[in-house]
Design a protein around this ligand. Sequence first.
Ligand SMILES: [Fe+2]
Length: 323
Amino acid sequence: MAARVNGIHHVTSGVAGAQEDIDFFTQAVGQRMIKQTVLFDGEKPIYHLYYANRNAEVGSVMTCFPMKQAGLVGRKGSGQIRTTCYSVPVGSLAFWEGHLDHHGVQRGAVAQRFGQNTLAFTHPAGLEFELIEDGDDKTEGWTTDEISADVAVRGFHSIVMSVRDTEEQERFFIEGLGFTKAGTEGAYTRFHINEGGAQKTVDLLHEPDRKQGTWAFAQGIVHHVAFAVPTEKEQTVVKAHLEGLGYTDVSEIKDRNYFHSIYCRSPGGILCEVATCDIGFAIDEPKDHLGEKLLLPPWFEPRRAEIVAPLEPIKVPSYAAAG
Ligand SMILES: [Fe+2]
């Protein structure tokens, strides 16, 4: 049976400062800034910054809420996405070691998981990332003055979810979303979405003694992962299927301007979104000028002055549109 979602759509995390985040993702990771907007939920104006690969493809979209002004620092723990993993070309990790060092990014040493080379590194707000060498990811990376096409980050490879107990989390992904179990390695269990590979892989990390992490919007933690469906038609089918299995806390469909979303808290504690692919990031600005201006959804536009006033002034990289 085919999976009920096509792969990872985006990953959303809380960070600290906005400029620090922009510099990290556009210079150290080398992603393209594709959108500046604000968090649509809640009362406090908070930026919502989006980064992606060359073609702003679903499966490469990292989104961040700079929470510094709100003040809440998250506790990392179980019931959370522990690591967000990007795919990079085979043989590129030697470049990445030097590049991350050049940008003062805290990193580990090259290691291996499920037969692939990995390199762990840390966002200034404490978020954990990995680069995973994967020769089969043919999506196009963004390039910078320092990062050429032959080493650039493609998109997400996978995410690692930290759970205290795996059984019910596995049931949710297998029966609920149609994932298949692909293997185990130590405390890791790998799941594939259809054929697996980059953007279609999820690892569960069994950490029975790890204290539960923060679920709220907060600095230094991943808030949720979104999986992709083509349109609301498939999204409605996923919602009904999950509800039919007893996961009745699937949200209503929310308008996220660039996609429509439903959310469900998985049994292991990780918030999972299912987002559509039929709207996209060129809905409110030209494809080759993504991310240059602060854009608000139509329902916030009348309040622009009030929303923008408390936000940290930011400078978007000069190559944001040139790449
Ligand atoms: Fe999301």
